[in-house]
Design a protein around this ligand. Structure first.
Ligand SMILES: Nc1nc2c(ncn2[C@@H]2O[C@H](COP(=O)(O)OP(=O)(O)OP(=O)(O)O)[C@@H](O)[C@H]2O)c(=O)[nH]1
Ligand SMILES: [Mg+2]
Length: 322
């Protein structure tokens, strides 16, 4: 019988979906397949699309995919969805907004909930990228909402980071606080049809100028600002061009390949840390001192912070003196 990885390499949707389910469930069977896929990776251009909830990321991706498809590129999309009723994000929502491509076998869309990952969302996303890369997708787009940690993590997961903003309402100031602006390779100001973009544009220009004059600025890339109306499909050709320019620069200066080396290194560390954490905890729990301190904690004689400190100190002493 054909293995899942063999199916993935042939572009089989059912094998791919099944392997992705194993990855989501942290099913050990995923590892054997991922091992076999790794040598077929390192070709896709990975693009991150982040920005505040509701800024139009999914609509923009939908339109971008159409643009890339018209030039014959195959696409994978990973939508990390906030799954919160307050942001309006939902697995169904993203499917609906990207449904233009549901009948296209060269577009593979995978939605992931943000919540409930033991090992963190970046590990699961990284493994999904491996699968789509091995599947032969030319371009892989990762959508994350800029809330919490994810927007900073996305920078390390992709080659090209696109930050989607909307003018008005002091949006730029909010975003600077959230730390999204610093990570942009390309700025998009979306909904240009309904909201004035000038103020935000000049704010971003100022920010870019500040970054360029900073002493530590070494890059030869100045982030462009693209105005879009994703629902009217305006400004998308220009955005696609900027994405390609960025890819060409990364390829020319070696960063395109470096990304994959860093990814391998991160995947290695993540797997080791996962395993070691479990192993160490189990060993610690077998220690008499641990049991005693745990019982003190349970009897309200101690607080968890002091106990943790005592355990770690003792454990480290034990390690260094032996
Ligand atoms: N007028 C206008 N509306 C837009 C534009 N782009 C998106 N929208 C609308 O904005 C709303 C949010 O769009 P989404 O694409 O779901 O935004 P998102 O950033 O993916 O949202 P989350 O995934 O929930 O964070 C939808 O109702 C879209 O139709 C645009 O260019 N102009
Ligand atoms: Mg979305």
């Amino acid at each position: 019988m054909e293995s899942l990885s063999e199916g993935v390499l042939k572009g089989d949707i059912r094998s791919t979906a099944k392997l992705m389910r194993y990855i989501e469930d942290e099913d050990i069977r995923a590892m054997g397949e991922l091992k076999k896929l790794y040598s077929n990776t390192g070709k896709s251009h990975i693009i991150g699309v982040t920005g505040l909830p509701g800024s139009g990321k999914s609509s923009l991706i939908n339109t971008l995919v159409e643009n890339f498809r018209s030039s014959g590129k195959t696409i994978g999309v990973i939508a990390v969805d906030p799954s919160s009723p307050f942001t309006g994000g939902s697995i169904l929502g993203d499917r609906v907004r990207m449904q233009d491509h549901s009948g296209d076998k060269d577009v593979f869309i995978k939605s992931l909930p943000t919540k409930g990952w033991r090992g963190g969302i970046s590990k699961v996303t990284s493994r999904m990228i491996t699968v789509m890369d091995a599947m032969g997708k030319d371009i892989i787009i990762v959508e994350t909402a800029g809330v919490g940690q994810t927007e900073v993590e996305i920078k390390n997961l992709v080659h090209t980071t696109i930050v989607v903003l909307v003018g008005g309402l002091g949006d730029s100031i909010q975003s600077i606080k959230a730390g999204i602006l610093e990570i942009a390779d390309i700025y998009v100001i979306n909904k240009a049809d309904i909201i004035n973009t000038e103020e935000l544009e000049s704010d971003i220009e100022n920010l870019i100028n500040m970054t360029i004059t900073a002493d530590n600025y070494e890059s030869s890339w100045t982030p462009p600002i693209c105005l879009t109306e994703s629902i009217n499909k305006k400004g998308i050709d220009n955005l696609a061009e900027e994405i390609l320019k960025h890819k060409n620069l990364l390829t020319a200066n070696g960063s395109f390949e470096d990304y994959f080396k860093n990814k391998s290194n991160n995947d290695l560390k993540e797997m080791i840390i996962d395993y070691l954490t479990g192993l160490l905890l189990k060993k610690l729990e077998d220690e008499d001192l641990y049991k005693k301190l745990l019982s003190d904690l349970m009897n309200n004689k101690k607080d968890p912070y002091s106990v943790a400190e005592e355990i770690l100190t003792n454990f480290l002493n034990y390690r260094t003196s032996s």
